[in-house]
Structures are given as C-alpha cells and as structure tokens.
Ligand binder design. Sequence first.
Ligand code: LMR
Length: 394
Amino acid sequence: MFETLKEQPADKILMLMQAYKEDPRTQKVDLGVGVYKDASGNTPVMRAIKAAEKQLWESETTKAYTGLAGDPAFAEALGKLVLGDAVPAENVAAAATPGGTGAVRQAFDMIKMANPKARVFVSDPTWPNHLSILKHMGLEIVPYRYFDNETRGVDFVGMIADLHQVMPGDVVLLHGCCHNPTGANLNISQWKAVTELLLEKQGTPMIDIAYQGFGDGLEEDAAGVRLVASSVPECLIAASCSKNFGIYRERTGLLMAVSSDASAKKLNQGTLNYLNRQNYSFPPDHGARLVTMVLNDPELRADWAAELEEVRLSMLGLREQLASELQRLSGSDRFGFIAQHRGMFSRLGATPEQVEAMRHDHGIYMVGDSRLNIAGLNKTTVPILAEAIIKAGC
Ligand code: LMR
C-alpha cells in the first residue's frame, strides 16, 4: 500500500540546518533556522526556566494527565501575557498545543470545521510551513502583497488593495510581530487600518505570534494582537513559547479563540478540546508548566523578562552593527533597512544565486529567499557577513 505514497518536499529551513551541520569548515556561520544563539553560538536554557525546572522537580508529585486543553493555569497566564486586559477572560477559549506549529495546525483545523470553503489570505512571503500545512489540509491559499522588494519595508498599499478581496467566511493570517521571514512589521496605525478593513469585509483574523518580546518589547509586540482581539467579533491567536522562553524542544504553544460574545466560549472551547483529542489527546505539559511557574512568580518573571530584554537588545545591537558595516563597505544607505527591521529575521533581498555564493565561498548559511537569522551573528561574524554580502554583489 505504501508504494502509492508520493515523495514529499523536504522543509527548506530544516534541510539547511542539516547542511550546516554537515559542512566540515570551521569558519561557518549559521543564519538559518530561527533559534536564538548567544555570542558564543549557544542556545542557553534561560535562567528562570532552569530555576523553575529545579522547583518543579522538587515539588511535582504526579505525571497523571492534565486536561484535554492542558492546565487552565497555563492558558490563563500565557493568555494574559499576549492579550493583557484587551478582552475579558470569559471571551477566550484556549487550548495548549505542541508548540506554535501545533497551535497553527489546530487553528487551521478549526477553520476547516467551521467553513471548509474558507480561503486563507497569507502574506507574501510568509513562514513556509504556513503554506505547507494549508496545502496539506486542502484549504485554499490566497497570497496578499506584503513585502516591498525595493524599500525592504511593508508594501502597505499593496496589502490593503489585496485584502479588499476578502469575503465573509475568509480568514486573514497575520504575524503578531517580528514578521517571519522578512522582519518588516506593521505599525499601530497600519494595524488599525487592517482591523477596520477586516471589520468591513467580515473576514476573520488569525494571528500567529511566535516572537513576542523579540521586537520592540513584550508589551509593544502585543499591541497589534490586542487591538485586533478587542475590535473584531471573533479571531484566532496561535502563540508560541519556543523562542521567548527558549524552550524549543518542549513544544509549548497555545491556541486561543476569542469572541466578543462570551456565550460563544463554550462552543469554541468544546471544539478546541475535541481537536486536541483527535490529534494527540493531551497536549505536552512540561514546558507549559514551566511557563506558568515563571509568569506567576514575580521573581522568576522579573528575571525572565530581564533576560529576554538582554536577548532583544543584543539582536538590535547586531542589526545596527551590520547596517553600519554595510554602509561603510557600500558607501550607501541601501542596507539601512536591517536596522529598521525587528525580530529574529531580516530578508536581505539577495537572489538565490547570491545566497548560494555566500554559502559556497564564505560558509554563510541563510535561507534561499535570503532570510537571515540575526541571532546567528556575533560581533566577530558581522564584518565577515557584511563583506560576503558586498562580494556577492547584493
Ligand atoms: C523558523 O522559521 O526558522 C522557525 O520557526 C523554526 C521552524 O520550525 O521553521
């Protein structure tokens, strides 16, 4: 029977991760997969997570199942981190999921259950796995313009023009902050305009927020999500703890279904529970429990927020260093966008050939669409990258 299966395309980001590992050169720079690395190239366990783990080991008395939606305390704590006071808790149905990808997958599943004919509008470009999952699920994908290849900023005029095609029953997927793969983000007045348009067109927003705290700060990065959630009749929010809590392998995410009418919560919650049961029963608990402990303990929370801020500022510093190095080498301001972008990624705007030349000649690994992970750099490798960019003729 299995001979009928077709070869599936390998995930480009994960393939690149493998290629980097296999490259025998000692002078190589990994700017591929979205994992934070410190100046020595390590991805440390955050201090507060380590402390919570110790406490948990000492205090945990059972590994019995939690609930189908995970521990409600996790949904409450993470929900509050993302939404603040934007919407009352009784309007939010939520379920823990295996990572942000799990939340995205469950969200698409919920959309498909509600309206199998829903078209899902996605930014061009978006995280490739959004497209892969949507395709796998047979949901119709409609790209909307997002990135301006000239300015390397948001093509807001194009975006709004394309979102005028949204019809009732359609879904618009937005990145909450730190757009992946471009690093170009909406400002708050653009969020307002998008929200108004979605209200007018009766489209349902779905927000993927995987990098809260990596852009302009924990509160600032949630401003768009909060605005949307408090303005529209319903929306879905997929949140990830992989990056901002540094617990990638623990697979910790949350899907929230927000509605302006509290009576919708029961149906939404039942659907989220049902979907968890169909796909994996109980969601993983370890990472979720650590996040809950960190968020609910003032000391751990303060330490976590301080370390996250160090991470954010170190990436900003690297952005500024790279932009000024490129300005020096090119004698122009054309790379200034690198300092304007926010989050872990920037899309450089290089051709696939230029990306390949940088890999071949300099051992620099970035995704084929020229997305680079800023956190893969350090003060020493920034000048190496800058030189490679100029030599490749970008
Ligand atoms: C990325 O975009 O590199 C990360 O979100 C990791 C992944 O799963 O692709």
